[in-house]
Design a protein around this ligand. Structure first.
Ligand SMILES: CC(C)(COP(=O)(O)OP(=O)(O)OC[C@H]1O[C@@H](n2cnc3c(N)ncnc32)[C@H](O)[C@@H]1OP(=O)(O)O)[C@@H](O)C(=O)NCCC(=O)NCCS
Length: 276
């Protein structure tokens, strides 16, 4: 799972016009004026690296943070703006010490603006979909909702379960929780009451996003991953979603086997992380 792991972000849904938040077909003059505005003036950076930084120029806006505590690359989110703005943001972030900059997982339609700024495909990710019209079997574990106070333990599980490139630190996990307006953090507790596994499910209106699932290696192979995936699907359905989306690395055989066994089907078009 990317995001390294986050599928349900504004970036994912944006194509060029959506990322500007403007319908260029119906408002060409306003669009042109704003593009010119975005390409001049000073880039304003708020925040101090290696904390997250917000970058603005005119109406254009991006956010960057270190990829994670182990890798000196940056993770960039382009909220509004075009390639010249993205290039300027990239220069600023590398000037702050990032050794490279990675996009979020992007569908083909949203990659153009990044490619024009010099980014290239770094890794393709499988995009999977669960149809919530089908029944979801009963989970075998008690899965409960947890609050953000659990994030330190969740970060420990994440660090133990994922290899160093894919692990999300506290900041990345917070971003995964906040990537959609509404989200649930789900955990399974061990006999001592400590979280042994977790899932983050983002709740959109029709589509939910399984942002992250991990089980501590001490507990893997006991069906906890399966229970977390089932409960995430049930919660998504109870909030009105008709499908759940997630992405994962093509070589994550365990996760792919789990998702496919739980009814997820791979969509024809992969997502991609782009890098510069
Ligand atoms: C993927 C993960 C969440 C699975 O959790 P788990 O509790 O170990 O999995 P379960 O015991 O519920 O296994 C359910 C099914 O998943 C599949 N599976 C799980 N681990 C597997 C592995 N290492 N190899 C092959 N299949 C695997 C099997 O189909 C299994 O069913 P089976 O036991 O009847 O064969 C866990 O291995 C993990 O945290 N991995 C690292 C983090 C990660 O990759 N998360 C997913 C990101 S997309």
């Amino acid at each position: 799972m990317s995001g390294p792991g986050v599928v349900g972000r504004e970036d994912l849904m944006s194509d060029d016009s959506k990322s500007h938040g403007i319908d260029s077909a119906t408002t060409p003059l306003r669009f042109a004026a704003m593009s010119v505005e975005a390409n001049r003036g000073r880039l304003i950076t708020r925040g101090s690296w290696p904390d997250s930084v917000t970058l603005r120029r005119g109406w254009a806006r991006a956010e960057a943070r270190p990829w994670n505590g182990d890798h000196a690359e940056a993770s960039m989110r382009l909220l509004r703006g075009g390639s010249p703005f993205l290039s300027a943001c990239t220069d600023t972030v590398t000037g702050l010490g990032a050794t490279g900059v990675l996009s979020p997982p992007l569908p083909t339609g949203a990659q153009k603006v990044w490619r024009r700024a010099g980014y290239e495909v770094f890794l393709k990710l499988a995009l999977l979909r669960l149809d919530l019209m089908k029944p979801i079997p009963t989970p075998s574990h008690l899965v409960v909702e947890a609050g953000v106070e659990c994030l330190d333990r969740i970060a420990e599980i994440d660090a133990a379960a994922f290899d160093s490139f894919w692990r999300l630190d506290h900041r990345g996990l917070t971003e995964a929780v906040e990537a959609t307006k509404n989200a649930r953090l789900l955990i399974i507790r061990d006999a001592d009451g400590q979280a042994a596994g977790f899932a983050i499910v983002g709740l959109g209106s029709a589509i939910a996003y399984l942002q992250r699932v991990a089980v501590h290696p001490d507990w893997q192979g006991n069906g906890m991953g399966r229970s977390l995936v089932r409960v995430a699907g049930r919660i998504a359905r109870s909030h009105g979603a008709n499908a759940v989306l997630l992405n994962t690395q093509y070589d994550n055989d365990g996760a792919l086997a789990l998702y496919e066994a739980e009814g997820y089907r791979e969509l024809p078009e992969p997502l991609a992380l782009l890098r510069i």
